[in-house]
Design a protein around this ligand. Structure first.
Ligand code: IPE
Ligand code: IPE
Ligand code: MG
Length: 248
């Protein structure tokens, strides 16, 4: 029996964020090049996007390339960028068919021109889709995003548009690249690494974290459902006591 039928549709995370990790080790395990792992990771992206949309998740953010990933061997970076272009090209029709909107966060200007073009074309083409928003984090790091927010806020203070005493946590939220997206209730990381790796530091402040040993290319719809079911067993207290939550 699929775990899908055990999911409580009234208690779904509105936003799920995923650190798709383990492509390289997955490939190495079978004596293949790292790129082979990235190629096989695409199928998991497709499966999880479909699974999320089917159950009614509204936002799915996938960490596809970090600021720090620019430090990888040039050959791997090139392969990843090419894979990005070909995948977007190939999948836009499916996004349209499934009524899924594509969005991106990160320093998109640092991507090769061809990537930027494909990405912006797909974002434009899918912009009126309403079932789910698929957010790709590309050349993204949370410290980069927060630094940008601080710069924008400082500029406004300098110009007298904003009073220092008016700055609160909403001010920061509004200046992040994720400003139009609700915070993820659930963050999943694959491949048995227990870290955040500069992903959504501000936005994950109160997220439930789910870690699995599975390498990303093996991450299936069923595992995604397992993460949702696990999430639904958690008591989200936001600083309160369990008794307080039960009293209401
Ligand atoms: C995640 O898999 C994909 C990217 C970071 C682009 P990795 O490439 O990090 O795979 P491992 O962690 O080396 O196995
Ligand atoms: C995080 O994975 C970034 C992405 C999944 C795109 P990494 O594999 O780059 O993370 P670290 O450096 O091992 O923490
Ligand atoms: Mg990794």
């Amino acid at each position: 029996m699929s775990l899908k039928s055990t999911i409580d549709l009234n208690n779904l995370p509105e936003h799920v964020a995923i650190v798709m990790d383990g492509n390289g080790r997955w490939a190495k395990k079978q004596g293949k090049l790292r790129v082979f792992g990235h190629q096989n990771g695409v199928k998991s992206v497709r499966n999880v996007t479909e699974a999320a949309a089917e159950i009614g998740v509204k936002y799915l953010t996938l960490y596809a390339f970090s600021t720090e990933n620019w430090n990888r061997p040039k050959l791997e970076i090139t392969a990843l960028m090419e894979l990005l272009v070909s995948t977007i090209k190939k999948e836009t029709a499916t996004l349209m068919k499934n009524n899924i909107r594509l969005a991106a966060i990160g320093d998109l200007n640092s991507l090769p021109a061809k990537c930027q073009n494909e990405l912006l074309t797909a974002i434009e083409e899918t912009k009126n889709n309403t079932r789910m928003t698929l957010v790709l984090a590309l050349s993204y790091s949370s410290k980069w995003d927060i630094t940008n927010a601080v710069k924008q806020i400082s500029q406004k203070v300098k110009e007298g548009i904003l009073d220092v005493n008016q700055i609160n946590d909403n001010t920061i939220t509004e200046h992040l690249s994720t400003s139009a997206i609700p915070n993820p209730e659930l963050m999943i990381r694959t491949s048995g690494e227990y870290r955040i790796s500069n992903f959504l530091l501000w936005e994950l402040a109160y997220s439930e974290l789910y870690f699995t040993e599975t390498f990303w290319p093996d991450f299936s719809k069923e595992e995604f459902y397992a993460a949702i079911v696990d999430f639904q067993k958690r008591e989200r207290r936001f600083g309160k006591t369990s008794e307080q939550l039960k009293a209401k």
